[in-house]
Design a protein around this ligand. Structure first.
Ligand SMILES: Cc1cc2nc3c(=O)[nH]c(=O)nc-3n(C[C@H](O)[C@H](O)[C@H](O)COP(=O)(O)OP(=O)(O)OC[C@H]3O[C@@H](n4cnc5c(N)ncnc54)[C@H](O)[C@@H]3O)c2cc1C
Length: 397
């Protein structure tokens, strides 16, 4: 199949988006929502409603042929090069479409590709298309209290039981567990094997008997992540993803995709902090001007790095190291955005008033540090850059 002309594709995308959403109007200062939250402060009910709203849009997009642009037709895709996906995203950004919560990239960009790579023919047929269309939503059951950066230290056990398996353990920091249909779990199947060798991955139905989800209250007030207890959870072998003992490689497939996707994080809020400086109603001090100018410059650097990652993907290269730089730049931009808001607003940041664009920033200041940890901490990203880009000696393992 030959790819359609890119201009024609973009025109089709614009025509579909025009019917599915309103054009995005530039946020004018003092108008509409002033939320700059990094983590949403939702009740369980709101989280479900918001998930359903995004899902309805994602399903319509998939059915219109724009949901799996680069995927093969067997998964409902069009087998087009990544340049078409990037072109669609540029057009989509011009429209006021529902903002995808974290569970959507996790499902479509992390778990679906991992099942496509490691799953059996039956698993691929059952899950991949359904996850790309978000008929099924998946979460990551990776971290445990003693296994975060050192993921291979997981202690959740999966033990063979006849034709199936029994899982016991405790996962933590699981984003979106209450709305997920499945969780991809990394478990230890052979405690006698070397640390990275004794692991196996499973796709756990979140409604299986023995799975309990408990929300964790965050300092932002919401509970966007959870503890997940696995107690005598019985699974058929058809839920094993990848060969027994190859769970580490399955996990690496997920983690590699995760870093690729974090480059644009925080940029909208950085722009909003610059708008705050413009609309403060008083002249900025020298120090404030310096901090705002620094934020503008660094967010440009982050945007350009994101473009380098995109260009590498389009060219078919592996943008691994640039993706780690992108994640670091994103968390740095978020921290500097918080600093600018703190400096400009002073006490207004902490006073719960009705004044538009003031108290709302407290949600950013309290939420931003979480991204230094999620998806690989800053220190782990530094290690990757030191070892794989700069070729420095590997840290002792
Ligand atoms: C917002 C958010 C969402 C998350 N969502 C999920 C999810 O959906 N599913 C999931 O499984 N997990 C999730 N996590 C967990 C996340 O993956 C872990 O928190 C992260 O990997 C760090 O692990 P840890 O918290 O155990 O910290 P640790 O690994 O114990 O690290 C503690 C400190 O030591 C440093 N450190 C550790 N090892 C090294 C080293 N080798 N060199 C230098 N410094 C080091 C770290 O940088 C950190 O500062 C989420 C976390 C957050 C904050």
């Amino acid at each position: 199949m030959t790819a359609p002309d890119l201009d024609g594709f973009v025109a089709d995308a614009r025509a579909w988006l025009g019917g599915a959403a309103e054009p995005r109007t530039r946020r004018s200062w003092g108008d509409g929502s002033d939320s700059v939250a990094v983590f949403e402060n939702w009740t369980a009910e709101q989280e479900r409603e918001e998930t359903d709203r995004v899902r309805a849009y994602e399903q319509a997009k998939f059915d219109a042929g724009f949901g799996a642009i680069t995927w093969p037709p067997e998964y409902g895709g069009r087998d087009l090069p990544p340049s078409y996906l990037l072109a669609f995203r540029r057009v989509e950004a011009e429209y006021d479409v529902p903002r995808r919560t974290e569970m959507f990239p996790v499902t479509q960009q992390l778990i679906a590709p991992t099942i496509a790579q490691w799953g059996t023919a039956e698993q691929r047929a059952t899950y991949v298309r359904a996850m790309l269309r978000t008929d099924l939503i998946a979460c990551q059951l990776f971290s445990e209290t003693e296994a975060g950066s050192d993921l291979a230290a997981v202690r959740t056990r999966a033990v063979r039981d006849g034709d199936g398996w029994v899982l016991n353990g405790h996962k933590v920091w699981t984003s979106g567990a209450p709305v997920a249909d499945y969780g991809l779990a990394v478990t230890r199947t052979d405690p006698t094997a070397a640390k990275h060798a004794g692991l196996t991955a499973f796709l756990v139905p979140m409604d299986a008997p023995g799975v309990t989800v408990r929300p964790i209250r965050q300092m932002t007030g919401g509970a966007s992540f959870n503890e997940v207890y696995l107690e005598e959870v019985r699974l058929g072998d058809r839920y094993r993803i990848g060969p027994e003992g190859q769970g580490w490689k399955v996990a690496l497939t997920v983690l590699a995709s995760e870093r690729l996707d974090s480059g644009a994080l925080g940029l909208e809020n950085a722009d909003q902090a610059v708008e705050l400086a413009r609309n403060l109603g008083r002249p900025l001090t020298e120090l404030e001007r310096d901090k705002v100018a620094d934020l503008v410059t660094r967010s440009y650097v982050q945007r350009l790095t994101g473009m380098r990652v995109a260009a590498a993907v389009v060219a078919g290269d592996d943008p691994g190291p640039e993706a780690s730089v992108g994640k670091l730049l994103a968390t740095d931009t978020m921290a500097r955005t918080s600093e600018v808001a703190r400096m400009l607003l002073g006490p207004d940041l902490t006073v719960r008033s009705d004044k538009w664009g003031t108290w709302a920033w407290s949600e950013h200041v309290l939420g931003a540090p979480g991204y230094r940890i999620a998806g690989g901490t800053d220190e782990i990203q530094h290690n990757i850059l030191a070892e794989r880009v700069l070729g420095l000696p590997r840290e002792p393992r």
